[in-house]
Design a binder for this molecule. Structure first.
Ligand SMILES: CC1=CC[C@H](N(C)C)CC1
Ligand SMILES: [Mg+2]
Ligand SMILES: [Mg+2]
Ligand SMILES: [Mg+2]
Ligand SMILES: [Mg+2]
Length: 532
């Protein structure tokens, strides 16, 4: 056996200490700024009109508002415009306009059929007409639209292949590589808003009122995020986990940053703070099982959590008592808030979430201890749970739906598969190096003798296929929701959690606390530095 326990995860210390976090400040809490923002929102609202001959400029405007991070102020107007385009089918029939309309309509729930692209295909319908190969602007939009495909939509598969083949040659390699990794549909909104504002302000068609609103809004929402981060940091400090478990990743700022990708809606502060706590607890438990606990201690810890009783704690080492009690208190706090808000007791479901998580952890720890190398499928059947996304989704579930659990099962699992694969693409080399169960890349290499690059290519293909399944679930328009809005919010956070994992672990790096990463620069811009 390979002894588990008492290793180091090699994780650098926290980048911000408690006092630094608590001292964060910004002038954008003042009434003056709120009034100016309301005035600018009113002016921009006037620009959103839906009785127009050619809706393409409006579609481009909606796309800009989303990427500038301010679309949430114009939700009703945007839905009105898209609904009228969907009903009147009055978008222009060129490749660019059709592709743009297709993507935005589907993203907002108006499911345009893939047949709208038939007029661009050859007589046999076997491919797109070669003449469209010269329309780079249209091809880029067609490429973007292809990421809205559901299972079995061959025309969109054709569209992606047709566009990719030509764009790879025509468009500057680096720019297209970025587009390949982050098509709009896979791009999370809030952490990317500031780079988009930077680009927008240099555009010849930049609208000064829209720009002023985007700049003001990013500073105002940062003030709100900072207050939520301070509250999260006070909780993290109060658990004493950093003192009692010095080997654990101290990443409360990165954990909170994750949540602004999950939901950027101003009214979801409670959900962001709750999710940041879940991420901190998941990370703490992950490091206990992966790095520090001996196999005997881990077995004891797992049975205490399965029994969920405070009595059996005394058999645990102190560091496990602290983390179990912190977890127990958190679940009690959340269940209490849900009871007050929704009138029912979610404790049994939340408990099961954490029991499922640690049972997936002890399975990996036992595999590692026995030197067992699971097949890719066997590994994933457990690892969609052990990555931790289900802990987040199950806590958010009770805030955003009044539904029965089974309705979202497929969507949850597909999202978690992608989160797991993205996590492994970014972290598994270091984890396996330090000593951890073989992750997706290693499992595939063990199973097929493939090289690491071939394994990464395979994982990227699986992520694409999983997104098609996710799109299929997200666009399922069964109208049995007893509360459509809450269900829409839940579907939104599932898609955004997926996007945020791809963002954090982008280009195969671990953005969760590696200070020189692009992710950390965007974190500082979004949470710490004011935007000039
Ligand atoms: C969704 C999610 C995935 C993996 C993260 N790591 C850091 C444990 C925690 C949150
Ligand atoms: Mg780990
Ligand atoms: Mg782990
Ligand atoms: Mg992990
Ligand atoms: Mg990992």
């Amino acid at each position: 056996p390979i002894p588990t326990g008492r290793r180091s995860g090699g994780y650098p210390p926290a980048l911000w200490d408690f006092d630094t976090i608590q001292s964060l400040n910004t002038e954008y809490k003042g009434e003056r700024h709120m009034r100016r923002e309301e005035d600018l929102i009113g002016q921009v609202r006037e620009m959103l009109v839906h009785e127009v001959e050619d809706p393409t400029p409006q579609l481009e405007f909606i796309d800009d508002l989303h990427k500038l991070g301010i679309s949430c102020h114009f939700e009703n107007e945007i839905l009105q415009i898209l609904k009228s385009i969907y009903l009147n089918q009055n978008y222009k029939r060129d490749l660019y306009s059709t592709s743009l309309a297709f993507r935005l309509l589907r993203q907002y729930g108006f499911i345009l059929p893939q047949e709208v692209f038939d007029c661009f295909k050859n007589e046999e319908g076997t491919d797109f007409k070669p003449s469209f190969g010269r329309d780079i602007k249209g091809l880029l939009q067609l490429y973007e639209a292809s990421f809205l495909s559901r299972k079995g939509e061959e025309t969109l598969q054709l569209a992606r292949e047709f566009a990719t083949k030509i764009l790879q040659k025509e468009v500057d390699e680096r720019e297209f590589a970025t587009k390949m990794e982050f098509p709009s549909h896979w791009t999370v909104q809030m952490p990317n808003a500031r780079p988009f504002i930077d680009a927008y302000r240099r555009r010849p068609d930049m609208n000064p009122v829209v720009l002023e609103l985007a700049i003001l809004d990013t500073n105002i929402v940062q003030a709100q995020f900072q207050e939520e981060l301070k509250e999260t940091s006070r909780w993290w400090e109060s658990t004493g986990i950093v003192q009692e478990l010095p080997f654990v990743r101290d990443r409360i700022v990165e954990g909170y940053f994750w949540t602004i990708g999950v939901t950027q809606r101003r009214e979801h502060g409670y959900e962001r703070i709750m999710t940041a706590k879940v991420i901190a607890l998941v990370t703490c438990l992950d490091d206990i099982y992966d790095v520090y606990g001996t196999i005997e201690e881990l077995q004891l810890f797992t049975s205490t959590i399965q029994r969920w009783d405070l009595e059996s704690m005394k058999q645990l080492p102190t560091y496990m008592q602290v983390s179990f009690l912190a977890l127990h208190n958190f679940v009690t706090e959340v269940a209490y808030d849900t009871l007050k808000k929704k009138g029912y007791n979610s404790t049994p479901y939340l408990r099961k979430t954490w029991v499922d998580l640690v049972e997936s952890y002890i399975k990996e720890a036992t595999w590692y201890y026995n030197g067992y190398k699971p097949s890719m499928q066997e590994y994933l059947n457990n690892a969609w749970i052990s990555v931790g996304s289900m802990a987040i989704l199950n806590h958010l579930f009770f805030r955003f739906t009044n539904e029965r659990m089974h309705k979202y099962r497929d969507m949850n699992r597909v999202s978690s598969n992608i989160v797991r694969l993205a996590d492994d693409m970014g972290t598994s080399l270091a984890e396996v190096e330090r000593g951890d169960v073989p992750k997706a890349i290693q499992c595939y290499m063990n199973e097929t003798n493939a090289s690491e690059e071939e394994a990464r290519e395979y994982v990227r293909r699986v992520i694409q296929e999983e997104w098609e399944k996710l799109n299929t679930e997200l666009m399922r328009d069964d109208d049995d929701d007893d509360d459509f809005t809450l269900s829409k919010y839940y579907c939104e956070v599932v898609a955004n959690l997926t996007r945020m994992a791809q963002f954090i672990y982008q280009d195969g790096s671990d953005g969760f606390g590696m200070k020189d990463s692009k992710v950390n620069r965007l974190l500082k811009e979004t949470l710490i530095e004011r935007y000039e």
